[in-house]
Design a protein around this ligand. Structure first.
Ligand code: 1GP
Length: 247
């Protein structure tokens, strides 16, 4: 079964799925095995790996270490073209549909596609919608795009519907890593109500209660990253998993 299908089945079974994001630049290599095992034991459903600024070859080592320490899917969430590895289980093949920068809608994708195909890596087409979240995020700056206005759910919905018609398999509603404010529940609700593409929601989610509200609003996948970079507590991770798994 494809990783895409596994992710969807997991989300359907548990109400929503919990994706734990690992940024290879933000975790010490010696902590990674224990972190990976702890996340799996706490109830994570899969891992995302990537970051906006990866400065060395830590990316490839990170995937190898994670694969050696878990049977959960390890999925690349690429911050750039260098972040492709055959060792991962799949790759979110992102297009920044919220922006108007052709380089990040199709340019980078054209460069990546032959490499991905040759590797035989499962690529899951994902429409990435960056949402305004307070101060400038790395994703916004690095992609040189403007995020969607946070108080305009109808604009976000129109982008989500374009993604549906264009045939994307997933939506990523993104406030940006470490965002001041997460994606508004009202926006998630509007997208989930009228758009059939399952939504991943991430960026600035700091508490299990907040994660739970996003699931209630219609998120099918919740991503946390930053919240565990400082406090890697296993009990908090369990609380997140319990709040996200509504079934
Ligand atoms: C970032 O959506 C992810 O791309 C996760 O964000 O690091 O703020 O949890 P945080």
């Amino acid at each position: 079964m494809s990783i895409h299908q596994q992710l969807l089945d997991g989300a359907a079974k548990r109400g929503a799925s919990y994706l734990v994001l690992v940024d290879p630049d933000k975790i010490a290599p010696e902590q990674l095995p224990a972190f990976t095992q702890q996340a799996a034991e706490a109830g994570a459903d899969a891992f995302l790996v990537g970051g906006s600024l990866i400065t060395d070859d830590s990316f490839h080592r990170c995937i190898e270490t994670m694969k050696a320490n878990t049977t959960l899917p390890v999925v690349i969430f690429p911050g750039g073209l260098m972040q492709i590895s055959p060792k991962a289980d799949a790759l979110l093949f992102l297009s920044i549909l919220s922006g108007r920068n052709p380089e990040h809608i199709i340019g980078q994708q054209v460069l990546a596609a032959p490499v991905v195909k040759k590797m035989g890596l499962e690529a899951i087409s994902t429409a990435y919608l960056l949402v305004e979240s307070g101060r400038t995020t790395s994703a916004e700056f690095m992609s040189n795009t403007r995020p969607l206005p946070r108080h305009k759910p109808d604009i976000a919905l129109a982008h989500a519907l374009a993604a549906e018609i264009l045939g994307f398999k997933l939506l990523y509603l993104e406030a940006g890593s470490g965002a001041e404010q997460s994606v508004p529940d009202e926006m998630i609700g509007a997208v989930a109500k009228y758009c059939s593409v399952p939504a991943i929601v991430g960026g600035g989610i700091r508490t299990p209660e907040e994660a739970h509200r996003k699931v209630r609003a219609g998120a099918r996948f919740i991503v946390t990253g930053t919240v565990f970079e400082k406090d890697g507590s296993a009990s908090l991770m369990k609380e997140f998993a319990a709040a996200i798994h509504t079934r």
